[in-house]
Design a protein around this ligand. Structure first.
Ligand code: ADP
Length: 267
């Protein structure tokens, strides 16, 4: 079993990812796809007159401040346009894909964090009304049911809070939790970079290997959103996933290339 997470940044070639996945699925590989949608969400939020607001925590993590309206735009894009676009591509390739959010069947569950500490103009502020959280529990029943019946699950945030409220969660860390819960052999985190770069954005500074025990030492190389991927990788290997690969989803056969060791391999 492999878990493939494909990001939502500009430059990602979803046709290439889906074609590669379809070939592997037809050859009998069991897999689940998780996707993002940040780039498109930002564009549509701007167009709807509710531009995104990113906040940085005192420890340096960047996240989207998700008020109710932002959550609804987020759902429109992630669960609607992005999810159905991927499912359609897979259906055209003859794969019976089923698109679901973490809210459906409570696949991804976690605690709702209503407030966030953010650094603004050098001061730490507490912002309330945030609909975010972290996946703490993966309910695999529905996924197993689908896989057992021959469907390829295509999953996306949001998750369900313990009270049943939709919460925006990080897709990389959700995919990591899923990989642990499904005892996956590998987790692929595919984005619009060759892997983790020692000197971002210099693509020749690709870090090829990270020992599983030292993942957190590599957090210093990751800026902004890349930090969540490194954190997700650490959580996955600590949870028993043998290999996590940061790979390139911009062209070629992104899944096969990553499994063959292109990109940054954490093991
Ligand atoms: P996605 O939405 O595709 O999952 P993100 O945009 O969340 O991806 O994170 C990937 C981005 O992180 C890259 O496009 C790049 O701009 C940025 N980044 C920051 N630091 C690094 C680094 N050290 N190596 C590679 N990418 C980095």
């Amino acid at each position: 079993m492999i878990i493939v997470k494909v990001g939502g940044s500009a430059g990602i070639d979803y046709d290439a990812v889906c074609a590669d996945l379809a070939t592997r699925w037809k050859a009998g590989e069991r897999l689940v796809l998780v996707h993002g949608g940040s780039g498109e969400t930002n564009r549509i939020a701007e167009a709807l007159g509710h531009p995104p607001r990113f906040v940085t925590s005192p420890s340096g993590y960047t996240s989207r401040f998700t008020d109710r309206e932002t959550l609804e735009i987020f759902e429109m894009v992630y669960c609607g346009k992005m999810n159905k676009g991927i499912v359609e591509r897979l259906q055209r390739l003859g794969i019976n894909a089923v698109g679901l959010s973490g809210l459906d069947g409570r696949i991804f569950e976690g605690r709702h964090k209503d407030s966030v500490r953010a650094v603004e103009n050098g001061k730490v502020k507490v912002l309330r009304g945030d609909h975010t959280g972290t996946v703490e529990k993966v309910n695999t029943g529905l996924i197993e049911l689908l896989l057992g019946a021959g469907y390829l699950p295509v999953l996306t945030p949001p998750a369900a809070s313990y009270e049943g409220v939709a919460i925006n969660v990080d897709g990389d860390r959700a995919a990591a939790a899923l990989a642990v819960a499904l005892k996956a052999d590998a987790l692929l985190l595919l984005s619009n970079v060759p892997g983790l770069l020692r000197a971002y954005p210099d693509e020749s500074s690709l870090i090829r290997e990270i020992p599983a025990g030292n993942v957190e030492d590599y957090l210093e190389f990751a800026q902004d959103r890349m930090k969540k991927k490194v954190l997700g990788a650490a959580e996955a290997v600590q949870g028993g996933v043998r290999r996590v690969i940061f790979g390139d989803a911009r062209a070629g056969q992104p899944v096969t290339a990553a499994l063959e060791g292109a990109g940054t391999v954490v093991s």
